[in-house]
Design a protein around this ligand. Structure first.
Ligand code: NAD
Length: 391
């Protein structure tokens, strides 16, 4: 047994790790359910090429645990899970049989794991999975899905940034603040636009220089090359590309007063959180400020179904949550990333200690997804077994 995996499985406190193989559909992967203490575990499906099987297992375990913390801090009544599918060619799409096979795998978990999109997944994948199971989100908005989460994610990050500005400058306003947005894809471009509307001095960077130039031209923003983004002097650095960029070694090169962005897993090593605090840089933990995406998804089971307006109202609460995290960091004498983990652990201990979600147990999420399934399939009762594989 790989000692790193033993550590991850044993120390992570995961409830369940499932390996699946659907040879007829040429599909293999893992589902990790980290916690169902606050409700069924929600998390995306990642289609990714892994060099080693152990890397896939380590990834699914880490990602599932992060979903538990994200949902708990966001105040949602759901747990954390994740799925990874071993997928060699990122440009290749899934076919109908592969989507249905994945739906059957998820269905057999009885609603303990509810799927969503993650890296490599598309809405078409969710729609295909939804033909085999009710336990999926992010389907076509015309069928009750919540649509692209990116604008709500950007809205939540903006509110995290208001909190950060209040903490650092004593004023939540973004007017005149210099903000470097690193990665102007779906979330980064939306965030840059929100900042420009508020008269911030926006600077953008992207590995795709053409994309950075287009976004900057549309907003009247400045551009810096992606390699120089982290060292560009600014009030707030907003990492909105890939994770792992803020390592302990990088901290000395940073020229910002605060970090607040959408990218998942921004800290590149366990010491980076403390290194930032020592350098006097306020770090708004990624999973706190980028929770707008799951807040938007949770609208799929809100009374009356998804509402973009309600999603934005809920995501704006990230400002208050960010203040709570930074206040806890001060009172406990810990860096903000650790404080956010403590906040998550304390909520789970207070509201869900020892609880595990059992298939069939009523919950707001389960009941709404079953009702949607009944509407879409015309079946009055929920499915008792997944549809058989097509011949
Ligand atoms: N989409 C959401 O709602 C959502 C929710 C929560 C978290 N996130 C996280 O936010 C981040 C961005 O998500 P997205 O949906 O906007 O992705 P995206 O793929 O649309 O955009 C990512 C952008 O980053 C750029 N990029 C990649 N490497 C870079 C580098 N080294 N330097 C500068 N730019 C680089 C890409 O060219 C692209 O423009 C990801 O880490 C994602 O996991 C997204």
């Amino acid at each position: 047994m790989d000692p790193e995996l033993t550590r991850l499985v044993a120390a992570g406190g995961h409830e369940q790790l499932v390996a699946f193989a659907e040879p007829a559909a040429r599909l293999r992967g893992y589902v990790a359910i980290h916690s169902t203490a606050l409700g069924p575990a929600l998390g995306g499906i990642r289609f990714w090429r892994y060099d080693r099987e152990a890397d896939a297992i380590a990834d699914v375990l880490r990602l599932a645990a992060a979903m538990t913390a994200k949902a708990a801090v966001a105040g949602l009544h759901q747990g954390g899970g994740k799925a990874v599918v071993l997928w060699d060619d990122p440009r290749r799409d899934r076919d109908d049989e592969q989507r249905a096979a994945l739906g059957r795998v998820i269905h057999l978990l009885g609603g303990r794991y509810v799927a969503a999109e993650d890296v490599g997944a598309t809405q078409a994948d969710m729609d295909g999975i939804a033909r085999a199971t009710p336990w999926v989100t992010g389907i076509d908005p015309a069928r009750g899905g919540s649509g692209d989460p990116s604008p709500v994610t950007a809205w939540g990050v903006l509110h995290g940034m208001h909190a950060v500005c209040e903490e650092v400058f004593g004023d939540r306003a973004l007017r005149g603040r210099r903000v470097v947005v690193v990665g102007v894809g779906k979330v980064g471009a939306a965030l840059a636009a929100l900042l420009a509307e508020r008269d911030a001095q926006v600077v953008v960077a992207d590995a795709d220089a053409g994309r950075a130039a287009d976004v900057a031209a549309g907003l009247g923003a400045a551009v810096v090359p992606a390699e120089q983004a982290l060292e560009t002097p600014c009030d707030v650095l907003a990492p909105c590309a890939l994770g792992g960029t803020i390592t302990s070694a990088v901290v000395a090169r940073l020229r910002c007063r605060a970090i607040c962005g959408a990218a998942n897993n921004q800290l590149g090593d366990p010491g980076a959180d403390r290194a930032l605090a020592r350098a006097g840089i306020v770090y708004a933990p990624d999973f706190v400020v980028n929770a707008g995406g799951i807040v938007n998804l949770a609208q799929e089971w809100a009374p009356g179904g998804h509402s973009a307006e309600r999603a934005r109202t809920e995501a704006a609460r990230i400002e208050e949550t960010t203040h709570r995290v930074l206040a806890l960091a001060r009172s406990e004498g810990v860096p903000p990333g650790r404080a956010a983990e403590l906040l998550a652990a304390r909520r789970i201990a207070a509201e869900g200690a020892g609880r595990r979600y059992v298939p069939g147990e009523p919950s707001v999420m389960r009941d709404a997804l079953l009702a949607r399934w009944a509407r879409l399939t015309g079946s009055a009762s929920g499915p008792t077994s997944p549809p058989p594989p097509s011949p």
